[in-house]
Design a protein around this ligand. Structure first.
Ligand code: NI
Length: 252
């Protein structure tokens, strides 16, 4: 019924991956898209995609990897994306994070644009990480013919509308359940047609489990909150957001 469009699945965080996959299935999570966003996590995500029929991956280098990624790594990514692997459904998460790393702005923009170029080349959707960098993110995206997901969207209604107009869906996760978050107001305005569900697990666990380790199995809590704020049934939230994800990532 649901698709988690963005999670991180690693032995570093979960003792028993097969049990996590099983629990997710039992909670109505039909498919998961793992974001492999470092050299190591790309390898691990690919392993799970091979092992489990309902796991897909997006691959790309996170802005925080900027110091660790060289020319050869980008060539390796290009090669991997070009193989036409059925389980590699997008490029990400890629983007800009000026929250911690303000000194590396130009390096980050360069890495981001090189990967946007690859997404355009292989005609794959992108999964965007943007933190304290809205203007710069929009400027970079405008240079390329790409569409995709703005992962963990937390901006204003105005920003949401700009991204939607550019052909993007907004990734909505646990934050919408937080009592101090106004994200629900944006979701109310833009509607479920413009969003996809995500957990970003193991991070950003929804209420009432905030602070504990997240997992795709908590997607129904996010769907429940969206159903309340948009005044549609949870089934409808599941159906529409899953369709959005399937269309974007070309899943069957
Ligand atoms: Ni993530």
């Amino acid at each position: 019924m649901y698709i988690d469009t963005h999670c991180h699945l690693s032995k570093d965080d979960y003792d028993d991956i097969s049990n996590v996959v099983k629990e997710n299935r039992e909670n109505g999570i039909d498919k998961m898209v793992i974001s492999g966003c470092s050299k190591e996590s790309i390898k691990e995500a690919m392993e799970y995609a091979r092992e489990y029929d309902n796991i897909y991956v997006t691959i790309g280098y996170h802005p925080e990897e900027v110091d660790k990624v060289n020319k050869d790594d980008l060539l390796a990514l290009d090669k991997l994306l070009g193989q036409g692997h059925k389980k590699i459904v997008g490029v990400g998460e890629i983007g800009l994070d000026f929250h911690y790393d303000k000194d590396k702005k130009n390096e980050q923009i360069n890495l981001f644009e090189q990967q946007l170029k690859l997404a355009e080349k292989w005609d794959l959707p992108v999964v965007i990480h943007s933190r304290d960098a809205t203007m710069e993110t929009i400027n970079c995206l405008k240079k390329f013919n790409v569409k995709g997901i703005i992962h963990c969207f937390g901006g204003s209604l105005e920003t949401a509308k700009i991204y939607i107009k550019m052909g993007f869906k907004l990734g909505i996760g646990g934050i919408i359940t937080f009592k101090n978050s106004n994200l629900y107001k944006v979701v109310q305005e833009i509607g479920i047609e413009n969003i996809v569900l995500e957990t970003d697990s193991p991070y950003l666990t929804p209420e009432p489990y905030r602070g504990k380790k997240n997992s795709s199995k908590y997607i129904p809590l996010i769907a429940q909150r969206i159903s309340e704020v948009c005044q549609v049934s949870v089934d409808e939230v599941g159906r529409v957001t899953s369709n959005n994800a399937k269309t974007l990532f070309d899943l069957n």
